[in-house]
Write a protein that binds this ligand. Structure first.
Ligand SMILES: O=c1ccn([C@H]2C[C@H](O)[C@@H](COP(=O)(O)OP(=O)(O)OP(=O)(O)O)O2)c(=O)[nH]1
Ligand SMILES: [Mg+2]
Length: 161
């Protein structure tokens, strides 16, 4: 699939898939930035897109930087609407409790996953069709511990009604 891309910053590389079969194309920061522990920074990537209707871009963290440095994305995954023509920006956050993260122009800081998306027609009804799960969620099937009982989960079916 072809996606029209405009380089706002003509010196940065186009998003690229590192390997055949990769879902995410790496995005770079066009600025140097130092993010203190617990702080966030919105960084530009130097590109603007025209995604076809019926598609959206999702800006995900990169796992290596996440595991090694604690770098994540506040609104992960960020949503790039098909109609958006502005510069793609990434709201980075440093989740390391102690160490700042220094990034320099050209560092790959995130990855863009392009996916088909449905547009729903929301049809209001008085009652929803029954399911086995019902309104149980937020741990209703039990927690990490084998001793955690579904009835003590934070939100069981009764509470969520
Ligand atoms: O990580 C992101 C997320 C969003 N955007 C851009 C593209 C997207 O189409 C637009 C709006 O994003 P979103 O709908 O998530 O933000 P909002 O706070 O709801 O803003 P708006 O009122 O403009 O929709 O901002 C980015 O560049 N990076
Ligand atoms: Mg929005």
């Amino acid at each position: 699939m072809e996606v029209a891309i405009r380089r706002i910053d003509t010196d940065v590389p186009l998003p690229a898939y590192a390997h055949d079969g990769d879902a995410g194309a790496d995005l770079v920061t066009t600025v140097d930035v130092r993010i203190s522990p617990g702080e966030r920074a919105v960084v530009p990537t130097g590109i603007a897109l025209a995604l076809p209707p019926g598609y959206a871009g999702f800006v995900h963290p990169r796992s290596g930087l996440a595991a090694r440095r604690g770098l994540s994305i506040v609104n992960a995954p960020g949503t790039i609407d098909a109609g958006y023509r502005g510069e793609v920006k990434v709201c980075l956050v440093n989740l390391d409790p102690a160490e700042p993260i220094a990034l320099v122009r050209g560092d790959r800081i995130a990855q863009l996953v392009i996916q088909r998306v449905e547009r729903a027609r929301f049809v209001e009804v008085a009652a929803l069709p029954d399911t086995v799960r019902g309104a149980g969620g937020y741990g209703s099937t039990g927690g990490a511990s084998a001793l955690t009982s579904p009835s003590t989960s934070p939100m069981n079916e009764e509470e969520s009604r």
